[in-house]
Write a protein that binds this ligand. Structure first.
Ligand SMILES: Cc1cc2nc3c(=O)[nH]c(=O)nc-3n(C[C@H](O)[C@H](O)[C@H](O)COP(=O)(O)OP(=O)(O)OC[C@H]3O[C@@H](n4cnc5c(N)ncnc54)[C@H](O)[C@@H]3O)c2cc1C
Length: 393
């Protein structure tokens, strides 16, 4: 067996693993990453790419721990995109600089009053008709439209940028974790190779649970929360917005994002309450429901020639009471292992800070070593296809 070494081995090539690889290597650590499928292939490419400031979690009319934790994140990402953050995202393509929230005209004055309240000042602006984006500039739209601070990232462009900066350290392999007394001894790799590291970071999303077996982190429980998202493809206008109404005040009725298809069409990707209600439905039944919702919310948009599909995907997170949504990124450390779930794409920079704090903490200091380990002879991991490429070609 050929033995290799590095300071830090990261398992999982979604946004968490790739962001950590970049921030750790930028901080001088000798880090490598292993991805068993393709980069971005699970939650990261299934996400809607919204870097949000938490208004979505304040729709009930009050700010919450989730809305407060996340409030500064759009500006952290904007700094990285300006080339001034811990990870270089200079010139990253944004799908949209703006995100909107629209009501169907039935929103109670309580919630409307809250949107205008002091606690949200500067985070949400009511728009007048002259400033409406194209998709809402229709006489049939009689609701209210608000602009949020959120931005929308093109996740394939994000993963491509993060992987291009570290190409030689991202391997296509499913390592076998070999443990001894709760510590990881080494990773067993294909082609009769192994890799020993000072620290092992599990950033494998839903794949974390099986990886922890035999380590001191075995008791870190994971939860999954399923969703069935809806996709429709055609000659469509762009829409980046939450639809809210009295029916679903506390949660967006539909969360819309728009993504480019390879043939020049656009794909509307629909989440929010629609995707939660869709769990357990057949694809056909959910598509019928989505068509009714869209006729109700955006009756002026012609969808007769659109192609439709759905995507079943689980959110993987640290376990919470009653399977509730976690508010913070999660990091737990024991011995030479760390397990990480960001809980949101938006919160990954915060997760990376937590990892760096842990590595430089008084009891656990790992001094960055510029000198390179000896790296395995393995193929490099490739970037995944998006869910809409998989569904529509
Ligand atoms: C439908 C949906 C929409 C979302 N929208 C948003 C949004 O708009 N904004 C937001 O902030 N958040 C959003 N999220 C949450 C966000 O997508 C996730 O928090 C984030 O992508 C998690 O990234 P990750 O890298 O931890 O996990 P993942 O993206 O799931 O990546 C884990 C990677 O690990 C690999 N892996 C697994 N097991 C192994 C193994 N044994 N060996 C090697 N590799 C392994 C997998 O193949 C995968 O590539 C959304 C989530 C979903 C499901």
């Amino acid at each position: 067996m050929t033995q290799h070494s590095a300071q830090i081995a990261i398992i999982g090539g979604g946004i968490s693993g790739l962001w950590l690889l970049n921030s750790l290597r930028n901080a001088g650590y000798d880090a490598v990453l292993f991805e068993k499928n393709t980069l971005g292939s699970q939650q990261t490419f299934a996400s809607q790419g919204m870097i949000h400031g938490g208004i979505k979690y304040a729709l009930g009319g009050f700010t919450t721990p989730a809305s407060e934790t996340i409030a500064d994140m759009p500006s952290v990402w904007r700094n990285c995109i300006a080339g001034q953050g811990p990870v270089d995202l200079k010139n990253l393509n944004l799908l949209s600089e703006d995100y909107y929230l629209f009501s169907d005209g039935s929103l109670s004055s309580k919630v409307t009053g809250f949107f205008a309240s002091k606690s949200l000042r500067g985070r949400i602006n009511a728009l007048s008709r002259t400033d409406y984006p194209e998709v809402f500039a229709n006489r049939e739209f009689n609701g209210s439209l608000y602009q949020l601070q959120d931005i929308v990232i093109d996740t394939p462009a994000l993963i491509s940028k993060l992987s291009q900066q570290q190409t030689n350290y991202i391997y296509h392999a499913e390592p076998q974790v070999v443990t001894d007394n709760g510590e990881v001894s080494y990773l067993q790799l294909p082609r009769d190779q192994s890799l020993k590291a000072d620290r092992y970071i599990f950033a494998a999303g839903a794949g974390n649970a099986p990886l922890l077996s035999g380590t001191a982190l075995e008791k870190s429980q994971m939860q999954t929360r399923p969703l069935q998202q809806v996709m429709l493809k055609g000659q469509l206008p762009s829409i980046y917005a939450h639809a809210v109404s009295l029916k679903t005040v506390a949660k967006p009725r539909i969360t819309f994002s728009t993504h480019p298809a390879l043939d020049g069409d656009k794909v509307w990707y629909l989440g929010g309450n629609l995707a939660e209600q869709g769990v357990g439905m057949t694809a056909g039944k959910l598509i019928d429901f989505a068509q009714r919702e869209l006729r109700d919310l955006l009756p002026w948009i012609d969808l007769t020639n659109a192609e439709w599909a759905t995507l079943n995907i689980d959110r993987a997170e640290p376990a919470q009471k009653e399977n509730n949504r976690p508010d913070h990124p999660f990091l737990k450390c024991a011995g030479n292992c760390l397990v990480a779930w960001p809980t949101k794409l938006t919160l990954v920079p915060m997760l990376a800070d937590m990892v760096l704090d842990e590595l430089t903490g008084p009891n656990t200091t790992l001094v960055p070593q510029a000198q390179q380990g000896s790296y395995p002879d393995l193929p490099l991991a490739q970037i995944a296809k998006t869910p809409w490429e998989n569904s529509f070609g």
